[in-house]
Design a protein around this ligand. Structure first.
Ligand SMILES: Nc1ncnc2c1ncn2[C@@H]1O[C@H](COP(=O)(O)OP(=O)(O)OP(=O)(O)O)[C@@H](O)[C@H]1O
Ligand SMILES: [Mg+2]
Length: 391
């Protein structure tokens, strides 16, 4: 710092080692009312100086200078301090913000985990609720949702269990009904065949004897007429007995019984039936034989009743522990989607076939369209799960 009078004569200065050379000569053309800045070369290096007039130059001037090298050092030192403190603030700021972020996101993440567990059906997992803020409220709502879902789930499981039990009972009952019905049919069939059939045969024989010893021709004709009636009735009773329980089915197998049934059907309805059977004679159990036979009976009856067909094709295949019976006609066909309605109106033939197949672990499919004929396909496994033969 140098203070001069208005003639640039030094009045005072702060330099211990004296005023550097060239300093006073430089920066002398100062204005009286404003300051001037100059870069001055001296024997101590480059100096930056500001020169200000005191009382508009009437007293003199004050000149304040600093060595550039000193300024550089000072600037570098200050810059270093500034950078260090900035870095420190940044680190502290980052630590603080990550802590704050963790405080906000951790509860949210834990809630998201809980929501994911609920989605996956783990309804007994604990949900932690932290605080009474929005996140805490969300946790409480999630807890409520979880407990109401748990309740609904438990109720639904109970209902499903009850339903399964009822379904099981339904199957057992249906099985029983079918078995009882079949036994009853068998009993009536045997009775018709053995008792009523025998009685009629005896009656016919007696009438024959009576006709032989008739008193006149008129009497003989009446007796012969009655005998003929008895013979027709006997025939009817025999076919009814066969319809109720075909003896061939148990004694000679499925194909023999079907063949006999088809022959009678063709004669009665005049519709030709073609049968193709592969591997079916020996392997099917009595239970399956009977079920398939009933399906054939119902299908042929349906064709005679509803189809107005001119040809029926029956295919029976038994291979790889699976029996497939297919009955196809070329009749008028029908809308399969209307079957539910038909069932509600007490047309239960097809429904009964389906139930029978399902009881045996099989299925019944029907393909039909107006004018395109109908195909009924029954598929049933003929071996148990262990690979044993059924029946
Ligand atoms: N082969 C067929 N061709 C055309 N229509 C058929 C045939 N089979 C079934 N249907 C139709 O499907 C309906 C339902 O058949 P389903 O056997 O269940 O009852 P149904 O024969 O009318 O009466 P039920 O068998 O109870 O004595 C029939 O009423 C008929 O309209
Ligand atoms: Mg029917």
């Amino acid at each position: 710092v140098v203070i001069t009078d208005f003639h640039d004569k030094v009045l005072a200065h702060s330099m211990v080692a004296g005023i550097p050379q060239g300093l006073l000569q430089a920066n002398q053309k100062g204005s009286a009312d404003t300051y001037t800045i100059q870069r001055i070369r001296s024997d101590e290096g480059i100096i930056r100086e500001i020169r200000m007039p005191l009382e508009n130059g009437t007293i003199g001037y004050i000149r304040v200078g600093l060595r550039e090298s000193f300024m550089g050092q000072e600037m570098a030192a200050r810059m270093q301090k500034f950078l260090l403190s900035t870095l420190l603030v940044c680190v502290v700021g980052a630590l603080f913000s990550s802590r704050v972020t963790a405080m906000i996101t951790n509860p949210l993440r834990s809630l998201a985990d809980s929501a994911r567990k609920i989605r996956d059906g783990k309804l007994d997992a604990a949900i932690s609720v932290t605080g009474s803020d929005e996140v805490g409220m969300l946790g409480v709502v999630l807890q409520d949702m979880q407990s109401s879902l748990f309740k609904t789930n438990t109720e639904r499981n109970q209902l499903v269990e009850e339903l399964c039990h009822k379904e099981e009972m339904h199957k057992i009952l249906l099985n029983k009904v079918i078995t009882i019905q079949e036994e009853e049919r068998q009993r009536i069939s045997r009775e018709l065949h053995d008792e009523t059939g025998q009685a009629l045969a005896t009656l016919m024989l007696s009438m024959q004897i009576m006709a032989d010893s008739a008193l006149d021709e008129k009497q003989r004709k009446i007796i012969m007429g009655s005998s003929e009636l008895a013979a027709n009735t006997l025939q009817h009773i025999r076919s009814l007995a066969v319809e109720l329980r075909p003896p061939l089915l148990d004694d000679f197998g499925f194909v023999a019984a079907v063949n006999k049934y088809i022959t009678a059907f063709q004669t009665l309805h005049g519709i030709p039936v073609a049968l193709q059977a592969t591997g079916a004679e020996s392997l099917v159990s009595a239970e399956i034989n009977l079920a398939l036979y009933r399906i054939l009976q119902e299908s042929l009856t349906n064709i005679a009743k509803h189809a107005a067909a001119s040809l029926i094709t029956i295919t029976l295949i038994h291979e790889k522990n699976l029996a497939i019976l297919e009955i196809a006609d070329n009749g008028r066909g029908f809308d399969v989607s209307a079957l539910k309605q038909a069932y509600q109106e007490n047309h239960i033939g097809i429904f009964g076939m389906k139930e029978r197949m399902e009881l045996l672990g099989g299925k019944l499919e029907i393909q039909s369209e107006h004018g395109q004929g109908t195909t009924v396909r029954a598929t049933v496994p003929t071996a148990t799960e262990k690979g044993e033969q059924n029946g």
